[in-house]
Design a protein around this ligand. Structure first.
Ligand SMILES: Cc1cc2nc3c(=O)[nH]c(=O)nc-3n(C[C@H](O)[C@H](O)[C@H](O)COP(=O)(O)OP(=O)(O)OC[C@H]3O[C@@H](n4cnc5c(N)ncnc54)[C@H](O)[C@@H]3O)c2cc1C
Length: 387
């Protein structure tokens, strides 16, 4: 016997759970079908176990999408203040770490606990360990799982992206979009460490563990945050941020001395020399990095034009990565269901009434710092209010 609901939601991650709560509160009979053995697995590991659940400075500029206007409506109608109010109503203590990023004081499990409690109050039924075999549409949506059949006039796809496959990420959302004739913007790993080419790897891998504040840029996008050398390339917030914009074959640029006249002490030194340059660079860079970087960038002479060229290099060090660390290490997946296919007010497909896509599966990707969860909550609220 098929089980009938008003709405079926695929995926019990941030977006799926929140959408179910919004719809359930409005009296809809909602079922969430989740492949994993438990809900909200990514929430639990997020923010180093403390879940950076939103960002108080959230604006549409914090998101990448083929259509930069798409996210505006949902973000305006469900704001960080709305989510903060919910967290406060559950008496979950939190703090601002930096740059508007809000983290739980204790544990991300308090956010999943809160969502679970809200689901219970809204009488949402959650089916874990549920493997979907087939989705079809015959008047209503029919979801066949290994054990049973579910039917509803509305289907919400909240299956996330491809990041962290070992946690059970699947291409299910993209496959369903294609099945129903919706276009996809090619998915790619984002918020992901970058990998050096062999030459740079030889030059800089011994700096693994060194961290420094830089401005990482690609085109007109710039992020002033920390950069970390790894054994294979570059990571740290500045690199994760710029990785979302980086396109293969092109260099990113690193300003190793933001706002500084790095070569001034050399120009003014009694004797312009390599030793003077090292001493100057060690003032603003970790010693190992200053030494290694100058090993490969010491100018042939110490003339004013040569120092000007060095100054330029230090503010725009080009690095052409060989690639990224891939979905295994990517915090999110950029690309996804083409926003031109969806209503920005409700996240419903323009072609297939009753079919919704929310959260990371949509071509809206946030910067690092709580923006991806804010998109999950906001897109889920938009759909949940329309169910
Ligand atoms: C290590 C890590 C740390 C992060 N930290 C932060 C942070 O602190 N702040 C922030 O804003 N963002 C963070 N993110 C990003 C954030 O977790 C995601 O953007 C967010 O979880 C997306 O929510 P979602 O509900 O769209 O997808 P998900 O949370 O990925 O949920 C999708 C759900 O669908 C289920 N599913 C998949 N396929 C199927 C299927 N075929 N059938 C049924 N169910 C299926 C999955 O098991 C999963 O439960 C982090 C990501 C990672 C990987």
């Amino acid at each position: 016997m098929p089980r009938h609901f008003d709405a079926l939601i695929l995926g019990a991650g941030a977006a799926g759970l929140f959408c179910a709560i919004e719809a359930g509160k409005r009296g809809r009979r909602v079922a969430i079908l989740e492949r994993a053995e438990r809900i909200g697995k990514k929430i639990l590991i997020s923010g180093g176990g403390r879940c950076n659940f939103t960002n108080i400075h959230c604006t549409p500029d914090n998101f990448l999408s083929a259509d930069p206007h798409f996210a505006k409506s949902a973000l305006a109608r469900y704001t960080p203040a709305d989510f903060i109010a919910l967290v406060q109503s559950h008496r979950i203590p939190f703090h601002e770490k930096m740059l508007g990023q809000l983290f739980c004081d204790r544990s991300a499990a308090e956010i999943t606990g809160m969502l679970e409690e809200e689901c219970r109050a809204a009488q949402v039924q959650i089916f874990c360990n549920t493997k979907i075999r087939k989705v079809s549409r015959a008047g209503e949506f029919i979801v066949e799982t290994e054990e049973q059949e579910f039917r509803a006039p509305a289907l919400v796809v909240a299956t996330g992206g491809l990041s962290i496959p070992k946690m059970g990420a699947t291409s299910c959302g993209y496959d369903l979009a294609r099945q129903f004739g919706l276009k996809i913007v090619s998915p790619r790993p984002a918020l992901v460490p970058l990998v050096f080419h062999a030459g740079d790897c030889k030059r800089y891998s011994e700096l693994a563990g060194v961290s420094v504040e830089v401005i990482a840029s690609f085109g007109k996008e710039k992020f002033r945050e920390n950069m970390l050398f790894t054994h294979r390339g570059l990571s740290g917030p500045a690199i994760l941020q710029i990785s979302s914009y980086w396109r293969e074959g092109q260099p990113i640029r690193i300003d190793l001395a933001p706002g500084l006249d790095a070569t001034a002490p050399v120009r003014e030194a009694k004797t312009r020399s390599e030793a003077a340059a090292r001493a100057a660079f060690q003032k603003f860079l970790p010693k190992r990095l200053a030494t290694r970087w100058l090993d490969f960038h010491t100018p042939a002479s110490w003339t004013n034009p040569a120092l000007a060229a060095l100054e330029e290099q230090v503010h725009g060090w080009p690095i052409a990565p060989a690639g990224t660390e891939g979905y295994e290490k990517a915090e999110v997946t950029a690309g996804g269901v083409d926003t031109r296919e969806l209503s920005s007010k409700t996240m419903e497909s323009r072609k297939i009434p009753g079919l919704f896509f929310i959260g990371e599966v949509v071509d809206v990707t946030g910067h690092l710092g709580g923006f991806n969860f804010q998109w999950a909550w906001a897109s889920a609220a938009a759909a949940g209010r329309a169910l």
